[in-house]
Ligand binder design. Structure first.
Ligand SMILES: *Cc1c(COP(=O)(O)O)cnc(C)c1O
Length: 475
């Protein structure tokens, strides 16, 4: 290697490196279902990672790959495993993985139309496909972002700009007690005081209570404050609950409030009939955040924000950098650096575009529908097992439940259910996570991975029953 290209590989070496990476991924995908879900935590080995000195000399890439497998892959819990039911499983797909490789490989700069006109058009088209899926008007626009947290933050930044134009005094936004922490964190980062986000109680089905919302708006107006935004959730992370979108849209129209919907988890359900029914009213949003790395099967970092009027994005994010003056177009071209906070930005739309094109809508719709069916099957199996209380029925591919001890003791039910998460981690065969629903400690199974089989569900529920019975015996 000459001095001038100290970082280059030969064609042969690149091929070997690249094929080795692909072969490893293919082995992983092939064997994934037979591996434990949970990685091996060796605390000493993890601590040792931190003490490695800066490398002066390079190592053969093969050794570095081996180290990566040992140090990074081995302790990883596989969020794309068919028996990972915790939080929101992230079941990616191979077309998306290849698209990410291509976007990185060609290092496509997707910020300025002139520097990547094809990429800008593909992102615009993919945003438009989503616009059509969600029934938004042709004037709508959007952009790809890292994930749901940033998509929500960006949506709220647009709401603040368009509705408040910088005057935040007394402005109030509303969300339910089931909304994701990304909402309160986003509001705080945007400079709102804690009291400017009113957390409205949820009803018995964990949906934002309309009556309480109306009352809160009335009392805020009476006190001279300025309600400006309602933040609804379409598919809460806890239970999959969907706030009453159509009624909220009516209320927002009546009260002249912005309607932002956090559909990070649930919005993609729009692509199947069940979801479409459940999400009625979603087409009336002003802004919608969604995560294509959750229920649209993309590799991690594929968030999207859609807004009802595309011009709102430029109104919020356009600045004029001196050194970027010459890229201004006069036409309709979109410079994505003005549609959000990032200037230099990845070409994230490519993975969703490629997935839509390679598989087609019918296959994607089936994969989403499988989540509804798997959660319903899980609920049926839990009911049959006789030792579980269903706390919230399967909805949007999530079911929540609690262990039912023989003597019906409430504290014991919570304790066993709580400790079951740790027992599952130790066992490693499958993983589900817990949450708190009012006075009940529950387990959740989120079943949005289309590769989960009925056998996976049966075995997982059998294992959970055995582990819970053991825990009950200990107390
Ligand atoms: C996951 C999630 C978020 C946060 O999205 P990230 O991609 O993890 O940043 C926000 N809201 C809801 C409802 C979610 O499920």
């Amino acid at each position: 290697m000459g001095e001038r290209d100290a970082l280059a590989f030969s064609r042969d070496e690149m091929r070997r490196f690249g094929y080795e990476v692909i072969d490893r991924l293919i082995d992983y995908y092939d064997e994934r279902a037979n591996r434990p879900v949970v990685g091996e935590l060796d605390h000493e080995a993890l601590e040792a990672i931190l003490h490695e000195p800066l490398p002066k000399e390079g190592l053969p890439w093969r050794e570095v790959l081996e180290q990566f497998e040992r140090q990074v892959v081995a302790p990883t819990n596989h969020v794309d495993h068919p028996r990972f039911f915790a939080y929101i499983p992230l079941a990616n797909n191979f077309a998306g993985v290849m698209a990410d490789a291509l976007a990185a490989g060609y290092n496509i700069f997707n910020a300025v139309w002139l520097q990547g006109a094809g990429a800008a058009q593909v992102e615009r088209l993919t945003v438009d496909w989503l616009r059509q899926i969600f029934g938004l008007p042709e004037s709508a626009g959007g952009s790809f972002l890292s994930g749901g947290s940033v998509a929500n933050l960006t949506g709220l930044a647009v709401a603040r700009q368009v509705r408040l134009a910088g005057e935040m005094t007394g402005a109030i936004a509303y969300c339910s007690d089931q909304s994701h922490f990304a909402i309160s964190r986003g509001m705080r980062l945007l400079g709102f005081a804690p009291g400017q986000l009113r957390v409205i109680p949820s009803d018995e089905r964990f949906r934002l209570s309309l009556a309480d919302l109306r009352a809160a708006i009335r009392s805020d107006r009476a006190a001279g404050r300025r309600p400006f935004c309602v933040i609804a959730t379409a598919g809460t992370t806890n239970t999959g609950a969907i706030d009453p979108l159509a009624e909220l849209a009516d209320l927002c129209l009546e009260e002249k409030l912005w309607l932002h919907v956090d559909g990070a988890y649930g919005a993609p359900a729009m692509l199947c009939e069940r979801g479409k029914q459940a999400l009625r009213g979603l087409e009336r949003v002003d802004s919608l955040a969604l995560d294509a790395h959750k229920w649209l099967f993309q590799p991690i970092e594929c968030g999207v924000l859609l807004v009802r009027e595309r011009r709102w994005l430029a109104e919020t994010f356009k600045e004029q950098g001196e050194y970027l003056k010459d890229i201004e177009q006069t036409g309709e071209e979109i410079n994505f650096m003005y549609q959000g906070l990032q200037l230099t930005r990845q070409f994230r739309a490519l993975k969703l575009w490629m997935t839509f094109k390679v598989f087609g809508l019918d296959a994607i719709s089936q994969a989403i529908q499988a989540g509804f069916e798997n959660a319903e099957l899980a609920e049926a199996l839990l009911r049959d097992a006789g030792c579980w209380e269903i706390v919230t029925s399967a909805q949007m591919a999530i079911v929540t439940f609690r262990y039912r001890p023989a003597d019906g003791d409430e504290a014991l039910a919570n304790q066993v259910t709580h400790d079951l998460v740790g027992a599952l981690l130790e066992d490693g065969y499958a993983f589900a996570s817990g949450t708190q629903l009012r006075e009940k400690t529950v387990l959740r199974m989120c079943c949005n991975n289309p590769r989960t089989t009925p056998e996976d569900l049966k075995e997982t529920i059998a294992v959970m029953g055995q582990l819970a019975a053991k825990l009950e015996d200990i107390y």
